[in-house]
Ligand binder design. Structure first.
Ligand code: CDP
Ligand code: CDP
Length: 224
């Protein structure tokens, strides 16, 4: 059976990574979290105190030594051989990453890395521009959405369970700002590909979303 290339895009908290991981696990595919790659660069920008809109980010892009591994259901991220897996999920990094992700030179480097990772097939890749720019010929493109209230609630539960104290309304505002920046940037903005299947997860449990997507995969496997 053909090993598909599956692209999943959508705004923050729509359930992309949770669902993508489970779909990849069920199909025996590789899961690639492109958000983690942009987060890693944002972490470096933050750590080195670089201006996120400066040429220094473009220079950094050309010297990137990044490795992603997927171990026991978790994407591990290494930058210059340093394990920064947990450091890239902080609210500070979340706030900075859309600024860094606007730098065209960085996006060009990421696009090449991400295409190389998907070349062999049997891949589920999630992000913002996967169906539109990174893998325009993907066998199945999905655009996951959910209401902003539901997405903020999900992220709030996730962060508070990790020990962060964060106000729900403030988090909702931050997510809305990040979505806006992602949707309005000039290079590879967040937008559904014209041939993407829209999946609204507001009322769906994780299991229901996974089942719906596995059905779509089965259909595509018989049609490609
Ligand atoms: O997990 P969450 O949805 O909060 O975000 P993420 O997937 O980790 O992505 C973090 C940020 O990276 C996004 O808000 C975008 O600014 C950027 N990103 C991007 O520009 N293009 C991608 N393919 C993936 C992420
Ligand atoms: O990757 P993305 O930012 O789109 O979202 P996520 O990190 O996969 O999901 C954010 C949170 O929502 C996680 O804690 C998931 O467990 C939860 N979730 C949910 O409650 N119901 C869904 N249908 C999907 C995700």
């Amino acid at each position: 059976m053909k090993r598909l290339i599956i692209a999943i895009d959508g705004p923050a908290g729509a359930g992309k990574s949770t669902v993508a991981k489970l779909v990849a696990q069920r199909l025996g595919y590789t899961y690639i979290d492109t958000g983690a790659m942009y987060r890693a660069v944002a972490w470096q920008v933050l750590t080195e105190g670089i201006d996120p809109a400066s040429e220094a980010v473009a220079n950094l892009a050309h010297k990137l030594d990044m490795k992603l591994t997927y171990v026991d259901g978790k994407t591990e991220v290494f930058l210059n051989n340093q394990d920064i897996t947990d450091d890239i999920r902080t609210p500070e990094v979340s706030r900075l990453v859309p600024k860094v992700a606007q730098v065209p030179e960085l996006r060009a480097v990421m696009l090449t890395l991400q295409r190389d990772m998907a070349i062999a097939g049997g891949v589920v890749m999630d992000g913002r521009d996967i169906g539109t720019h990174v893998l325009p010929n993907a066998d199945l493109k999905l655009f996951l959405t959910a209401s902003i209230k539901e997405r903020a609630k999900r992220r709030w539960h996730e962060l508070t369970s990790k020990g962060y104290t964060i106000d729900l309304a403030e988090l909702e505002n931050e997510i809305a700002c990040r979505d806006k920046a992602d949707c309005e940037r000039e290079v590879a903005p967040l937008i559904a590909a014209t041939d993407a299947v829209m999946v609204d997860t507001t009322e769906l449990s994780i299991d229901e979303a996974v089942t719906e997507i596995l059905e779509l995969c089965k259909e595509r496997q018989t049609h490609v």
